[in-house]
Design a protein around this ligand. Structure first.
Ligand SMILES: [Ca+2]
Ligand SMILES: [Ca+2]
Length: 284
């Protein structure tokens, strides 16, 4: 008897959940469809703007579902590259639009790059979801940029933006003993990379002598932008964080180390709560 009631109890919410979803999808599918044109007077849209992604969820925090739309332009429908891409939220309570656009001076009409979708997560811990947009740049020194926008209380604001996308800022130079010394002002840390896995190569190239004396007078090193950004739940508390990866590169061009960091949103700012870097043991 006990077993039966458990089964019955678990069936009810599944049924109701599915019912609600199907009702809502009938209602909103006709309003915003991916691939369809999107043009609203007064918004940063034009004849070529189309819907690239669409999510129906509450992002303002009032409990009323909102239309969350990613829209932009492509030269051909199957092109991976998009431009003039913006996030538009049609507030479920007032039917008015809230928007987030790029703050990049080179792309004043919106984000530009390899963009395909938006994802909603609570990064701030207030039970209201923020909107994550990943912009692939296709650059050699930096990969994706992540932008996180909040529409809470109908106030659109980017909480993870250009400044955060600079990542961790190690820079420094090669020193005697097949090493490189780097300092990060953001972390207030100094690291010494062991480059001895490349000892033979460096001696052959004349960058170091066999005693480990540095001969290359302007060998510097620095971190590049993110090459990977992942959503990550650091404390398994349902509040999401970001895990990012950066290369530390030497000049002349060579990869010295990989830096991985976890970013957590605390008291209105992003704090690096974990950072690790790699050392090459063998590098032929
Ligand atoms: Ca809402
Ligand atoms: Ca939140």
């Amino acid at each position: 008897m006990k077993k039966k009631s458990v089964v019955f109890g678990s069936l009810i919410p599944v049924f109701i959940f599915g019912f609600i979803i199907s009702l809502n999808s009938d209602e909103f599918d006709s309003k915003f469809m991916m691939g369809e044109p999107f043009h609203v007077d007064g918004l940063n849209t034009n004849e070529s703007t189309m819907i690239m992604d669409y999510v129906y969820d509450d992002v303002t925090g009032d409990g009323i579902l909102d239309d969350v739309i990613l829209a932009g332009s492509k030269d051909t429908p199957d092109s991976l590259y998009s431009y003039d891409v913006n996030i538009f939220v049609k507030d479920g309570q007032t039917d008015s639009y809230l928007t987030i656009t790029s703050t990049d001076e080179y792309y004043p009409n919106g984000f530009s790059g390899y963009i395909s979708k938006i994802d909603l997560y609570d990064f701030t811990g207030d039970q209201v979801k923020e909107v994550l947009l990943i912009v692939g740049t296709g650059g050699t020194k930096s990969g994706p940029r992540a932008f996180i926008s909040s529409f809470k209380e109908r106030k659109p604001v980017v909480i993870f933006g250009m400044e955060e996308n600079r990542g961790i800022d190690f820079e420094g130079e090669y020193i005697d003993g097949f090493k490189a010394n780097l300092i990060s002002s953001k972390l207030n840390k100094t690291i010494t990379l062991d480059l001895s896995a490349r000892k033979e190569e460096y001696i052959e190239k004349g960058w170091y002598n066999s005693a480990g004396k540095l001969l290359y007078s302007n060998a510097t090193a620095e971190t590049y932008g993110f090459f990977d950004v992942q959503v990550y739940d650091f404390e398994f508390d349902g509040v999401m964080d970001l895990k990012t990866s950066q290369f530390i590169g030497g000049i002349p061009a060579e990869l010295l180390s990989t830096l991985e960091s976890v970013w957590k949103y605390e008291d209105s700012e992003w704090v690096v709560v974990r950072a690790t870097y790699t050392t090459h043991l063998v590098d032929e």
